[in-house]
Ligand binder design. Structure first.
Ligand code: BGC
Length: 378
């Protein structure tokens, strides 16, 4: 069953209540009307945004749903949000339905960014603005913008955290490490990996770290579907094949996100060996606790509230006729994110933050839920 969320009527009611309450004191609040550069204005209630999301493979996707609904309601725009838990074909169908429903903007968090070419071509033909959310679309030029945390930088932060953790916790180098990547159909996965290797490769080359299994190509280390079971199985297999006997264990493991980090840590735990320095991403509840307690070395904070807000703001600005609008907290990058070779997409990038036990309280200070986890874990 599809979840088809319409907030338009609620929004319209609250807009009305707002203007009545304001009694003309503020004739055009930004939540009721959006102005384009040309001076033309579009009523917020005329803007509908189709939000096509992937499976809920990590907490950030789960949290995004309510955040989108709340922020769309606050801005008075209509948002239709759907998750494609059934996979690529379901997502293709959901996008087609949104186009038929007459949305003005499509925000797409793709399951497989290379398989939506037909749908986004139809969207462009219908005059819809196409924005890739969090994950880039590939194999297409029918894309207007990309908005995400800087995912190459996420990888760099993870690579550096791995080295810092090894230095702090695992004695003198050289250190044995293993590498894990995300799902190969998600365009982010290679960005994370390339970012991490940007930092780690020189240390592999000079012998500071050794990938003992020899598995260091992205295709060898990827984790299909971002499924924790796949990462846990591969880690268990590595322990048997490469770290036989005694207390042999890698000193560090590069993990692209928290879900996989916990699966990797669980595999080592079950073998009874010493937990390596393991990186992560997303600041998922359980990993925040593990980071503060030292069981997982690091995570990344990509505040979903900020990404949702920036995405809806960008959608409203473009639907109001603005071209390349500026968006709070986002830096524009016109060169580094290509949807096809030679087709760089105007990208709005937010800044990710590395989190370790040392800085968790500082990084999460404006996030009540995560602060509570930090305080409880101490
Ligand atoms: C997101 C990550 C997330 C992963 C799995 C990626 O595309 O950027 O934050 O951990 O998907 O859901």
């Amino acid at each position: 069953m599809s979840t088809f969320t319409k907030v338009a009527s609620v929004a319209a009611a609250s807009v009305m209540a707002l203007s009545l309450a304001a009694c003309g004191a503020r004739s055009s609040s930004p939540s009721t009307e959006a102005s384009g550069e040309s001076g033309s204005s579009v009523a917020a209630s005329d803007i509908s945004i189709g939000i096509a999301m992937p499976q809920k493979t990590s907490q950030n996707w789960v949290e995004a749903e309510q955040m989108f609904n709340d922020y769309c309601e606050e801005k008075g725009v209509e948002c239709q949000i759907q998750f494609a838990n059934g996979g690529v074909v379901e997502q293709q169908n959901q996008i087609s339905a949104m186009i038929e429903n007459g949305v003005k903007v499509l925000l797409i968090g793709a399951i497989d960014g290379s398989q939506l070419g037909t749908q986004v071509q139809a969207a462009k033909a219908a005059g819809i603005t196409v924005i890739a959310y969090d994950r880039l679309l590939t194999n297409t030029t029918d894309i207007d913008y990309y908005i995400a945390y800087d995912n190459f930088n996420v990888g760099q932060l993870q690579g550096q955290a791995l080295l810092d953790g090894l230095t702090a916790k695992k004695g003198a180098s050289p250190w044995d490490i293993e590498l894990f990547g995300g799902s190969p159909d998600d365009a982010n996965s290679l960005k994370f990996f390339d970012g991490a290797m940007d930092v780690l490769q020189p240390k592999i080359d000079d012998g500071t770290v050794v990938v003992k299994s020899g598995q260091q190509d992205f295709t060898q280390v990827a984790t299909q579907g971002w499924l924790p079971a796949n990462a846990q199985n591969r880690m268990s297999a590595l322990l048997t094949s490469t770290y036989q006997g005694g207390d042999a264990v890698p000193a560090g493991v590069l993990s692209p996100n928290d879900t996989l980090a916990r699966a990797i840590i669980t595999a080592v735990d079950q073998s009874g060996k010493e937990i390596p320095v393991v990186t992560g991403q997303d600041s998922e509840d359980e990993s925040v606790t593990w980071v503060v307690q030292g069981k997982q070395y690091s995570t990344i904070f990509k505040d979903t509230r900020a990404l949702v807000k920036a995405s809806v703001d960008l959608s409203i600005a473009t639907a109001s006729g603005e071209k390349d609008p500026s968006v709070d907290n986002a830096t524009v990058n016109d060169t580094d994110y290509e949807s096809m070779e030679g087709n760089a997409v105007t990208s709005y990038l937010l800044k990710p933050q590395i989190v370790t036990a040392d800085n968790a309280a500082e990084v999460y200070k404006d996030d009540e839920t995560r602060m509570a986890l930090v305080n409880a874990a101490k």
